[in-house]
Design a protein around this ligand. Structure first.
Ligand SMILES: [Zn+2]
Length: 483
């Protein structure tokens, strides 16, 4: 049977950079064998030791999850589409709005402000008062949080909570449309409050300038009817999911990577939660974050707007929410695909035999200790930027190896010899092994892997440039741009 396998963005580098691959197979297992036979690198991303499909990777035939069909044995028909859907750095739920929460009637200004809602029978005065009574918490005020906050504030959601601890950075402005150039360096929530109050002074804005943690999550989430997940890291995403499930609140989920996004609504009474979809997070470093992998500017606007639309529908009690459905958007193809999600009876937090009854340590659960960046996975000899400069200026014959991608080399380079990390195994003979070798990348993580590889390949005098090109810019030559 010839079938099409859809390859998600994070795995495309391991499948010849293709969006889909045609393979033959009578079952899903056979088709994936054929695929990973052709692309060996893909195998270790899809399968754990012992040949079990990794639990942060789901496989669908057409729109059904194979866990609910015959798993690997699921038979295929000619022309079927297999989708590989990894987790990315993302019934009818009823928000627990007390319908009787007293809110004052709309003022004359509010009637004017919301008139395009009021003249729609699907919203009307009743719906607008529901919006005014609604309490919505946005976790994260970055790429997804920006359109979410703007649209929900504009639409008249009466109480909007924002959780974030960051300051506005120049690199945020390419997509985080809540902020302006003048906001760079200010706390995001300070800038957000000013912008949103300008947009709609009629609403209440609560700001929580903190990391969401296992200690504070339940207290922060409790006053709100709907939780919106606009996070960019796995520990917070699992924390938001678990806290929402424990409190019985709907969780409007969105996630983005490069030019691909996912949206769903978790926490419907009989609907799945994020853990039903992905019981475990990927190991640190395997799925890059937007800071490492990049994101196309408009994408968070699209995904965040879809989340905002789901929030409005939940508040109004109108339409068919994305509960039990995962919407997968590919901006390059301009395609939306919809996959069915089912509640996992074995789910450790929302299943009948749940084993998680309180919030846990999510950094430990995700294998990430400390803050955002995972620690380098390997320990290798390092050289500082200053030491490298001194040795080069003494005229030492150092082979400087750059393991970034060609498009990164175009942004800035130190004149090193370019071999992208993925090409290193087959191009290793191009490296002059007679003298010392110093390897660098942007921040020092990829180059650490390269040094580890070279040492195993027999290179004895090889160092990692500590902190990569970023450190070089900080310590040696500020004219080298950081990105
Ligand atoms: Zn679940």
């Amino acid at each position: 049977m010839a079938v099409k396998v859809m390859i998600p963005t994070p795995l495309r580098p391991f499948a010849g950079k293709q969006a889909s691959v045609e393979v033959d197979g009578r079952t899903v297992g056979e088709a994936l064998d054929a695929l990973t036979g052709r692309y060996q690198e893909l195998r270790k991303h899809l399968y754990a030791e012992g040949g079990r499909l990794r639990s942060f990777v789901n496989v669908y035939v057409n729109e059904e999850d194979i866990r609910h069909l015959q798993k690997d044995e699921t038979p295929l028909r000619e022309g079927d589409t297999i989708s590989i859907v990894p987790s990315i750095a993302g019934g009818r739920p009823q928000p627990q709005t007390a319908a009787s929460d007293p809110v004052p009637p709309l003022s004359k200004e509010e009637v004017l402000r919301y008139s395009r809602h009021l003249i729609m029978p699907e919203v009307g005065m009743e719906g607008q008062l529901k919006l005014k009574r609604a309490k919505v918490l946005l976790v994260g005020s970055g790429g997804l949080g920006a359109p979410l906050a703007l649209y929900l504030a504009a639409a008249g959601v009466g109480r909007l909570g924002l959780v974030d601890f960051d300051r506005v950075d120049f690199t945020n402005l390419q997509r985080q449309v809540l902020y302006t150039t003048g906001d760079v360096g200010r706390p995001k929530l300070e800038a957000a409050r000013r912008r949103l109050t300008d947009l709609n002074p009629e609403i209440q804005i609560d700001t929580y300038e903190t990391h969401l943690t296992s200690e504070n999550a339940l207290d922060i989430l409790r006053p709100y009817d709907i939780i919106v997940d606009g996070t960019d890291n796995f520990p917070t995403r699992y924390l938001v999911n678990d806290a929402s499930v424990l409190l019985g609140k709907p969780n409007v989920y969105g996630s983005i990577f490069r030019f691909e996004g996912q949206v769903s609504v978790f926490g419907a009474p009989d609907g799945p939660c994020y853990r039903c979809l992905y019981p475990e997070p990927p190991p640190p470093g395997l799925v890059p974050s937007c800071a490492e992998g990049g994101v196309l500017g408009v994408l968070p606007g699209i995904i965040g707007s879809l989340q905002a639309m789901e929030v409005l529908k939940l508040v109004l009690g109108n339409g068919n929410p994305l509960a039990g459905r995962l919407l997968v958007f590919d901006a390059l193809e301009m395609s939306f695909r919809e996959l069915k999600l089912r509640k996992n009876p074995e789910c450790p937090i929302c299943g009948p035999h749940r084993t998680i009854t309180e919030l846990i340590d999510y950094y430990e659960f995700c294998g990430v200790r400390g803050e955002e960046a995972p620690p380098p996975s390997v320990q290798v000899p390092e050289m500082t930027a200053r030491e490298l400069r001194e040795r080069l200026s003494r005229g030492e014959n150092i082979f400087l190896l750059d393991v970034r991608e060609p498009h990164e080399y175009q942004i800035c380079n130190l004149g090193g010899y370019l071999i992208p990390l993925g090409d290193l195994p087959r191009r290793v003979q191009e490296i002059n092994a007679s003298g010392p070798v110093v390897v660098h990348c942007r921040s020092g993580a990829r180059s650490a892997e390269a040094v580890d590889f070279l040492r195993k390949a027999g290179f004895s005098r090889v160092w990692n440039l500590k902190g990569g090109i970023l450190a070089w810019s900080d310590e040696v030559d500020p004219s080298v741009p950081k990105y």
